[in-house]
Design a protein around this ligand. Structure first.
Ligand code: C5P
Length: 234
């Protein structure tokens, strides 16, 4: 079994705050997520900052658009030298296929059902099959159209592994360390779909994406170290 890597989400509003986190996590964390929060504040400079610190970037902008637009966004992401990008699988297989066929591109990670969603949210959004079935259908679409990975909760991962074979990597957000207790009131991640780092690793996650349990910790380096220690027991 390959090891589970930790991606620390730099969900901060500034290069200054990101730099402080990068310095604290230097030497232990290799992968950093630059998502819509930091990217809308600082743009490509945020990606450069991670690269300057020797990290690899997961550009989590969750593209959801017509195939030509998504393809050109991925071409621009490739120019920034990011390791991976995300796109919504509910945007359709054609957009994914258009990106997968690019000669030079980052890894393509498809979002299934956001880990904040409940069955009710999903139903209200117009998906009638329920979380499990929707994740399965979207993961199958990812496998058929050249994705490198799928983003889902660790609980669903177990149910879609067989379906995707060994071709796809599994990226799991919604991670809450046991030490933090259950998902607290006011946390937007769905408690039913949230897991500890150890549980995610045991389920076969290739990457866990962790934001607030690191960024909001009094000691982010210690929080990350504790998670890495859990992952190492996989
Ligand atoms: O703070 P927290 O650990 O909940 O952050 C999770 C990170 O993973 C956030 O940056 C969020 O955007 C991202 N993410 C997610 N669910 C997905 C995909 C990405 O929570 N399905």
């Amino acid at each position: 079994m390959s090891k589970t890597e930790l991606i620390a989400a730099l969900d901060t509003d500034s290069l200054k705050a990101s730099q402080a986190l990068l310095e604290k996590l230097k030497g232990s964390v290799k992968y950093f997520k630059v998502g819509s929060v930091l990217f809308t504040a600082e743009g490509p400079a945020a990606v450069d900052l991670v690269h300057k610190h020797g990290g690899k970037v997961f550009l989590d902008l969750k593209f959801h658009d017509i195939p030509n637009t998504v393809k050109h966004a991925v071409i621009n992401a490739a120019k920034m030298g990011v390791y991976s990008v995300s796109l919504h699988l509910s945007g359709g297989g054609e957009a994914l296929r258009a990106c997968a066929e690019l000669e030079r591109r980052p890894k393509l990670w498809g979002i299934t059902v956001l880990t904040s969603f409940s069955e009710y949210n999903l139903f209200r959004a117009g998906f009638r099959g329920g979380i499990d079935k929707t994740v399965k259908l979207l993961a199958a679409q990812a496998a058929e159209n050249g994705a490198d990975g799928v983003v889902c909760s660790p609980g669903e991962l177990i149910r879609i592994q067989g379906l995707c074979g060994h071709k796809l990597k599994f990226i799991t957000p919604g991670i809450r360390p046991a030490a933090c207790g259950a998902v607290s009131a006011g946390d937007d991640q769905n408690p039913k779909r949230s897991r500890t780092p150890r549980e995610a690793a045991a389920a076969g996650a290739d990457f866990i994406v962790v934001g607030r349990p690191i960024t909001a910790a009094t000691d982010p380096a210690a929080a990350a170290a504790a998670m890495l220690a859990e992952l190492a027991t996989r």
